[in-house]
Write a protein that binds this ligand. Structure first.
Ligand SMILES: NC(=O)c1ccc[n+]([C@@H]2O[C@H](COP(=O)([O-])OP(=O)(O)OC[C@H]3O[C@@H](n4cnc5c(N)ncnc54)[C@H](OP(=O)(O)O)[C@@H]3O)[C@@H](O)[C@H]2O)c1
Length: 297
């Protein structure tokens, strides 16, 4: 029986991937920071008639990581698939994101993912096999206004995973990337976060951020993509005999991947900017004073 460990399985892609892997016959450990939040996972497991074992895990705490991987070793004796899915996003233009907010995104999305990988590798090396599926984003290929630090974390995940893929490919351990476009999961609703400073002023930067966010929500609502396909793609990346390095998933991610390949770079960047209603000219500094220190309109 193959064993899989999925981080961030309390909601969204992690929950869907855990259930899909269990449906495909894996012994699945689904992790979450607060195991009492397991109701949604339990309901999904009940509906699919599968079992996922829940383990506590905070990917930003080394003690928690060690205890989690040790629990998998004790209970299953092996780890075939690690799905590094846990992640957070904080919206807001760069200048409105505090150092703490940026660090928190890097701690979770990059350092947490690396720490989980480091903890899982000894088990995989003992087995001389394993698969690491890193959940990146199309935001790891395309910079999006209003999400600069988040995109920076995902660009980091892309570079790390591509390098690790080469480092481990001779040792029977595969590293793959799943790159979802925009899907309606809790990251946009219950877990949605906006940089504190971005909520405190009312200048042109905030207006652009709000307009860009609205365009993204409108587009998502219009397309209404089913996050289930991301869970299925994660399971495919985990089990395909010869996995691809990258799995873009969702119509928007596929379109962006092709457009980047086919369009001249200047045209592509112009299209990304206009999609989010971002005026090409930068905000000028120093800013004349207003109630918030920003130029109005
Ligand atoms: N939805 C999208 O459109 C989209 C697009 C591209 C990429 N992604 C990526 O997909 C992944 C999953 O996101 P989602 O959309 O499914 O959002 P979600 O429903 O908010 O799920 C995020 C998960 O990460 C977990 N998490 C957050 N911080 C954690 C920490 N410190 N330690 C352990 N777990 C932590 C949360 O668990 P608890 O809070 O319960 O602990 C939650 O289960 C993320 O990496 C995200 O960047 C999402």
């Amino acid at each position: 029986m193959k064993t899989a460990l999925v981080t961030g399985a309390s909601s969204g892609f992690g929950l869907l991937a855990a259930v899909e892997l269990a449906r495909q016959g894996y012994v699945v450990f689904g992790t979450m920071r607060t195991p009492t939040n397991r109701l949604a996972l339990d309901k999904a497991c009940h509906a699919a008639r599968v079992k996922v074992e829940v383990l506590p895990l905070d990917v930003t705490r080394q003690q928690s990581i060690d205890a989690c991987v040790e629990a998998v070793r004790r209970r299953a004796g092996r780890l075939d698939v690690l799905v590094n899915n846990a992640g957070i996003a904080i919206g807001g233009y760069f200048e409105d994101q505090s150092d703490g907010e940026i660090r928190e995104q890097f701690e979770t999305n990059v350092h947490g993912l690396m720490a989980m990988t480091r903890a899982a590798l000894p088990l995989m090396r003992e087995q001389r096999s394993g698969r690491i599926v890193n959940v990146s984003s199309i935001g790891g290929r395309v910079g999006t206004p209003g999400l600069a630090p988040y995109c920076a974390t995902k660009f980091a995940v892309e570079g790390f995973s591509e390098s690790l893929h080469h480092e481990l490919s001779c040792d029977g351990i595969d590293v793959t990337l799943v790159e979802p476009g925009t899907f309606p999961t809790d990251i946009f609703f219950g877990n949605r976060r906006t940089a504190e400073a971005a909520t405190r002023h009312d200048g042109p930067r905030r207006a652009r951020f709000v307009a860009g966010e609205r365009a993204m929500y409108d587009d998502m609502q219009k397309r209404n993509p089913d996050p289930k396909i991301v869970g299925e793609t994660i399971a495919r990346a985990a089990s395909e005999e010869h996995p691809a390095l990258r799995y873009p998933v969702g119509a928007d991610a596929q379109a962006a991947t092709w457009a980047m390949r086919l369009l001249p770079a200047r045209l592509w960047h112009f299209l990304v900017g206009s999609r989010f209603n971002v005026k090409p000219e930068p905000v000028s500094f120093p800013l004349p004073s207003g109630p918030s220190g920003e130029r109005a309109g």
